[in-house]
Design a protein around this ligand. Structure first.
Ligand SMILES: C[S@@+](CC[C@H](N)C(=O)[O-])C[C@H]1O[C@@H](n2cnc3c(N)ncnc32)[C@H](O)[C@@H]1O
Length: 267
C-alpha cells in the first residue's frame, strides 16, 4: 500500500475521556487477543500504544513476575496513565513507536488498536520481532474496517470544502496491510502465526453514539487540525450522514466493526 506523509504534521491530540466512553467495547478485543497469547517464562513485556494504561495495568495480574512497559507518544493519554496506582514493575514511557527500542529483549509485545496509526509495517514488523527474546511473542490487534460507512463518510466530508482546505489536504490513512501479508511476513521472520478476524456488532447506546465513538479515535486527527467553529460545522455534516448510515433502533445503534488479530511466536 502507498503510504502518505499526512501525519508528518504531528500526532493527533487524544482525549482519554472520550476514548474511554466505550471502554467495554474497546477493551474486549484486548482480552480476546491476550487469551491467545501463551504463558511461559515471561519477564519483560511491552504494551505498545498503551493509551490511558488501564489495559496495560491488567498485565500485572497476568504476569506478576514481569516488568511491564507501556509506550505511547500522546501526552494526554500518558497523563491518564500516570494517575493509575504506582506499581514497582510498571513504567510508562513517552516515545514514537517508529523510533522506540527497548533496553532489554522482550518476552511479550502487545499492541492493541495501535499499530494501524504507525506507517511502514514492512520495516516496523522486522524491528518489533528483533526486540523479542527467544520464543518471544508479538500480539497485535488492529481495526480492519476502512471500507465501513463510518470511514467512507468521513473521507467524503474531509474531501469537501471548506474542510479540505482547512485540513491542508489531510486524508485519513490507516496503515493496515491485508491479513495474508502479515502471515507471510511473520513466517518469513521466523515466527509461527495465529491470525484471525472478528467482526463485532456493537450495540451503542445514547444520542449519536457512532459519532461519539468516532470522536474518540478516527476523528482525533481531524478535530486536532480544525478550529472550534470549523469543528462544529464538520461534526454537523458528518453527524447527519452517520444518522442515515447507522439508524438508531429500539435497542440502540448497531455498529459493525471488523478487526484483524495475530499472535506471532518466534520458532
Ligand atoms: C486507540 S488507542 C489504543 C490504546 C490502548 N492500546 C487500548 O487498547 O485501549 C491508540 C493509541 O496509540 C497511540 N499511538 C498511535 N501512534 C503512535 C505512535 N506512532 N507512537 C506511539 N504511540 C502511538 C495513541 O497515542 C493512542 O494512545
Amino acid at each position: 500500500m502507498a503510504e502518505s506523509a499526512s501525519l508528518a504534521r504531528g500526532p493527533a491530540h487524544w482525549d482519554p475521556q472520550q476514548y474511554q466512553r466505550f471502554s467495554r467495547e474497546r477493551s474486549r478485543p484486548f482480552f480476546e487477543l491476550l487469551a491467545r497469547v501463551p504463558d511461559g517464562e515471561v519477564r519483560a513485556v511491552a504494551d505498545l500504544g498503551c493509551g490511558p494504561g488501564n489495559l496495560t495495568y491488567t498485565l500485572l495480574t497476568r504476569w506478576p513476575e514481569a516488568h511491564i512497559w507501556g509506550v505511547d507518544h500522546s501526552p494526554e493519554m500518558l497523563a491518564q496513565a500516570a494517575a493509575l496506582p504506582v506499581h514497582p514493575h510498571l513504567r510508562f514511557v513517552q516515545a514514537d513507536l517508529a523510533q522506540w527500542r527497548p533496553d532489554v529483549l522482550l518476552d511479550r509485545i502487545i499492541a492493541n488498536a495501535a499499530l494501524h496509526w504507525v506507517p511502514h509495517h514492512a520495516t516496523l514488523l522486522p524491528r518489533l520481532v528483533s526486540f523479542l527474546a527467544p520464543r518471544g511473542v508479538l500480539a497485535v490487534q488492529m481495526p480492519y474496517n476502512c471500507d465501513a460507512p463510518s470511514h467512507r463518510l468521513l473521507a467524503e466530508v474531509v474531501a469537501q470544502e471548506p474542510w479540505r482546505s482547512a485540513l491542508g489536504g489531510w486524508t485519513e490513512r490507516y496503515f493496515v496491510e491485508a491479513p495474508l501479508w502479515y502471515a507471510d511476513t511473520l513466517h518469513a521472520l521466523g515466527c509461527t502465526v495465529d491470525l484471525w478476524e472478528t467482526t463485532y456488532y456493537h450495540v451503542l447506546m445514547g444520542p449519536d453514539a457512532v459519532l461519539e465513538w468516532m470522536k474518540g479515535t478516527a476523528l482525533r486527527p481531524v478535530l486536532s487540525r480544525l478550529d472550534h467553529d470549523r469543528q462544529a460545522q464538520f461534526l454537523e455534516v458528518y453527524r447527519e450522514k452517520l444518522r442515515a448510515a447507522y439508524p438508531e433502533g429500539p435497542y440502540g445503534a448497531c455498529f459493525p466493526f471488523r478487526r484483524v488479530f495475530f499472535v506471532a511466536q518466534l520458532r
